[in-house]
Design a protein around this ligand. Structure first.
Ligand SMILES: [Zn+2]
Length: 412
């Protein structure tokens, strides 16, 4: 059989695996893998179920647990299931076991931890984030197993903990303790972000900088403004002055969407409770997503300088404190093998051209890139992650499983 005939068989088999995909989603949804940071039981039960399932298929499954005495098992599981290929170079698909809590339960139309199927939609907490990745990668591997095929590269399915709460007990642990598992020749796919039509391959992330801006003036009665120093009026001037950041750090890079750095005032803390008082202290926050080649120290300096100059005429002083500072990891090359393998697979399955892109958000792939491993983030999203009534599309599960199977079978 030719390559394309083999792939046609795999594709057809995955079409027929819809009932199995729904069943697996159901099993995953009802095992509540909320992490201990959110007062949940952790990923233990879900990991045990998946390890049994994968061993039942004949795969070798390793666990690289990260000690954590907040969960009953005393450690957070990090599984790797292996399907040996002709070569030792690997294709990794890394998905995460943990889910975020349901949030406001009254906003859910059904129990978040019982799968509900409605047409093409599979509802439940975790169905998209990140069961989509778990189901597509496992089903792609199962189709290859069921047809008795041997993939070119060894398939490594990683199922990690703690993605939603910092990754220290998940991928960061795996890379710290088991760095030798990964090689820069491996193809590393993280199905945890993307676009609805599967044409976005995320290869780069902006630096993230969250700043707290504290304005200090003097409180007084609103009828006697000359006795006070109005920090809300100063806040307005500071926000307008900070618009200059967009020009000062104005470089554009077409790899990113949007192509420029962004500087957005977001949260504003409450000041005085009554209308007839001039506030003497205001606090607001700035969310900055900065292109990788700018230095965050320089951004902080300019925020302080521009803001102070704007507040000074009102006698108000400004202090700036970083809340979060994440310099971006070196991007994965848009020409990396993993990007090309995904592009070819998306072309074959969806008939569309996928393009490498940078985004403003942060993903777990940054941990790979930080240690020089070229990872690509890709999936067809339903864009319901972390929301009430989270769902994933069954058609996208099938299509994305076909894409991963294509990479498994065809990537050189
Ligand atoms: Zn996720």
């Amino acid at each position: 059989m030719s390559h394309s005939e083999v792939f046609a068989e795999v594709k057809a088999l995955l079409e027929r695996m819809r009932p199995e995909m729904i069943r697996l989603q159901g099993e995953l949804v009802r095992r509540v893998a909320v992490g201990p940071d959110y007062d949940g039981p952790g990923e233990g039960e879900k990991a045990a179920f998946l390890a049994d399932l994968l061993r039942g298929w004949g795969l070798k499954v390793d666990n690289f647990p990260a000690p954590d005495d907040r969960v009953a098992e005393g450690a957070r599981p990090n599984l790797v299931a292996w399907l040996p290929g002709r070569r030792r170079d690997k294709v990794w698909v890394l998905s995460h076991l943990d889910v975020v809590p349901p949030g406001e339960e009254s906003l859910w139309e059904s129990d978040p931890f019982t799968l509900r199927v409605e047409g093409d939609r599979l509802y439940g907490r975790g169905t998209e984030d990140n069961h989509h990745g778990i189901v597509t990668s496992l089903m792609a591997a199962k189709a290859i197993l069921d047809l008795g095929l041997t993939p070119e590269r060894t398939i490594a399915l990683a199922l990690v903990s703690d993605e939603e709460t910092g990754n220290l007990k998940g991928l960061a642990h795996l890379l710290r303790r088991q760095r030798q598992l990964f090689s820069s020749r491996d193809l590393i796919i993280v199905p945890d972000a993307g676009s609805p039509d599967g044409t976005m391959i995320e290869v780069a992330e902006k630096s993230i900088l969250w700043l707290k801006l504290i304005l200090n003036g003097r409180q007084c009665h609103a009828s006697r403004p000359e006795l006070g120093r109005n920090t809300l009026a100063a806040t307005a001037r500071v926000i307008v002055a900070l618009e200059a950041l967009k020009e000062e750090f104005g470089r554009a890079d077409p790899l990113f969407e949007p192509p420029v750095s962004t500087f957005e005032p977001t949260k504003k803390e409450a000041n005085v409770p009554n209308i007839n008082t001039i506030p003497g202290r205001d606090v607001f926050y700035l969310d900055c997503r900065v292109l990788p080649d700018y230095d965050l120290e320089q951004v902080k300096e300019r925020v302080l300088a521009l803001g102070s100059a704007a507040a000074r005429p009102l006698g108000v002083t400004l202090t700036v404190e970083p809340v979060q500072e994440l310099p971006s990891a070196p991007p994965t090359s848009p020409e990396a093998s993993v990007v090309r393998a995904l592009q070819e697979a998306v072309r074959q399955v969806y008939g569309r051209e996928a393009t490498p892109q940078g985004i403003g958000g942060g993903t777990v792939a940054a941990f790979f890139r930080q240690v020089g491993l070229p990872a690509a983030v890709w999936m067809s999203v339903s864009q319901t992650a972390h929301q009430p009534n989270e769902f994933c599309s069954l058609n996208k599960l099938v299509g994305d499983a076909q894409v991963l199977a294509h990479v498994f079978l065809m990537a050189p």
